[in-house]
Design a protein. Structure first.
Length: 284
């Protein structure tokens, strides 16, 4: 198929904009947005460029997003980079897993995957998130013995020990050696990726539209639903919830790759090649 010079230039302009800003809103760039919407040729050209750079380009409502692939460390984050962003210095593997687990809990508190929108609340108090993490870890340890934890890959005991090694500070210290500082670093990271909004004076966490779009149209679509289902189901069992399972279809994924799942759930959002979850814009 032959493309006109105008179509090539339009696709290049859109791609350059997405590389810089990671999203293109109709309200901010109406001409670029319209050139994408009105031309199948421009869309095809963009998809070709996306394939070469290992990114996905998708339109949700009135926004076009660029999402680095899970293994795209050029635009996303490597595991070592995420550790540096999320954890204290000289971090252990358990600290890293704890950070991913905290993001998973945050997702569970905001989204459930049902209805036209997966979102179930408008905001979450920082303290409620902190308490939920401790509660999930406690119930996970009570429900699963060491052998079961090792088999599933959800090491509740190791993560709980890492969490309890952090001091508590009612003044909401920003030092990563405290529980509050450790979680604040995660929220700050997600906020930098455009995924959450943290209202500090109210200690309130809200999700940004990008996060909602990603959850509704990407993470919870049929291609990704089984991996999220398995994580949610495991955590709901850990919380002692004996209600009906979230789905009856069999999940065939292996039981020991929860880090990969969380990574895609947690920071594929922006290319965290894995939040390596919980975050999305991988651009730095």
């Amino acid at each position: 198929m032959a493309y006109s010079l105008e179509e090539i230039e339009q696709s290049q302009a859109i791609f350059a904009y997405l590389l810089e800003h990671h999203e293109l809103e109709q309200s901010r760039e109406p001409e670029l947005y319209r050139s994408f919407l009105d031309s199948e040729a421009v869309q095809v050209l963009l998809q070709h460029q996306a394939e070469y750079l290992s990114v996905d380009i998708a339109r949700y409502d009135d926004v076009i997003y660029l999402f680095p692939a899970e293994d795209n460390y050029f635009l996303g984050f490597s595991k070592s980079e995420l550790k540096q962003q999320l954890c204290r210095s000289n971090t252990l593997e358990a600290d890293y897993y704890l950070a991913l687990f905290a993001i998973m809990v945050l997702i569970l508190k905001f989204y459930d995957g049902y209805g036209n929108s997966s979102k179930i609340r408008d905001y979450l108090r920082f303290g409620d998130w902190q308490n939920s993490i401790a509660e999930y870890l406690k119930r996970g340890m009570n429900r699963y013995d060491e052998a079961e934890q090792n088999a599933s890959g959800l090491l509740f005991t190791a993560m709980s020990q890492s969490y309890e090694s952090l001091r508590s500070d009612e003044k909401l210290s920003r030092r990563k050696t405290t529980k509050e500082g450790f979680l604040y670093a995660i929220i700050r990271f997600l906020q930098e990726q455009g995924l959450v909004i943290y209202i500090e004076k109210d200690e309130m966490i809200k999700t940004a539209r990008k996060f909602d779009h990603f959850m509704d149209w990407n993470l919870l679509d049929r291609n990704n639903y089984s991996r999220v289902l398995r994580l949610m189901d495991t955590l709901e069992k850990a919380s002692g919830d004996e209600t009906e399972p979230l789905a009856t279809e069999e999940v065939s994924e292996p039981e020991d790759d929860w880090e990969q799942d969380l990574a895609a759930v947690g920071t594929q959002q922006e290319g965290a090649g894995a939040m390596s979850y919980a975050a999305e814009e991988g651009g730095q």
